[in-house]
Design a binder for this molecule. Sequence first.
Ligand code: HEC
Ligand code: HEC
Length: 220
Amino acid sequence: MIRTASLALTLFIVSIFLPGSTFAGGPEGKKIFEAKKCGACHQVEGPAKEKTIQDQLAKKGPELWYAGSKFKKGFLEAWLADPKPIRPLEYNSITKKNDGSHPKLSGKEALDAAAYLMTLKSSAVKDGAVQPKDTPKGRAIFIKRQACYGCHEVKVRGNAAGGLSGPSFVGVAMRLNPDWIYAYLTNPKVFKPVKDMPDYVGILTYSEMRDLAAYAATLN
Ligand code: HEC
Ligand code: HEC
């Protein structure tokens, strides 16, 4: 009797953590994703399909097939209900300002859609590899040595400053998983076979990329 009860409890606990479990809101979120036609602009199945710059330009939105490895759940829940521009410029544009007109979800839909997106993981991301840390080394590479700052804005004395061509780094601490940032820098082809950002493999050491990921993950 006790064994049956404890087995049931174990199954219940396991089911909460299973990807796509009812308790985690996965299936409802997937239904919302389909009903709202999010897939018209977002790819939810990996691996990356784009091979040429034309393939990249044909995409209407960033790929989400590794969203669960890239984002923090709390960010997705809040952003889907109240989206604000992440990229200062419109997706795939180098001139037009991003007007922030992303489809909005209601509170419950946003929670379910976020739970679904969190089930989309990439095996190229190692959990627990990088802890957020503001080191002078990471900061120096970001601002001066490699001029990440020239394409990614950060907050300087309370105001956003820096380049506009890449996604904003204001709020990365809330938005991105540091382990994903490290994986993105060390293994960019997995996530973006075609992209506008320089490839730093062979230019920066793995230790420098770790410092950068740790530093970026502290940015508010
Ligand atoms: C008309 C195309 C379009 C549709 C439909 C659309 N999105 Fe998006 N989505 C975008 C674009 C463009 C961005 C980039 C926005 C930015 O950078 O501010 C984006 C960004 C996102 C992001 C952040 C991704 C990242 O890498 O920064 C998430 C999460 C997301 N969308 C989820 C959804 C969900 C869920 C739906 C359905 C309710 C949806 N989107 C519908 C175009 C679309
Ligand atoms: C020449 C401009 C440029 C430089 C320099 C640059 N980036 Fe980027 N970065 C981009 C662009 C553009 C993207 C978006 C890629 C895409 O969506 O195809 C990006 C994306 C990223 C992302 C993913 C952000 C997200 O929300 O999806 C990270 C992390 C990143 N860059 C880190 C860095 C770091 C660290 C450096 C310096 C070592 C750097 N970048 C230098 C242009 C640049």
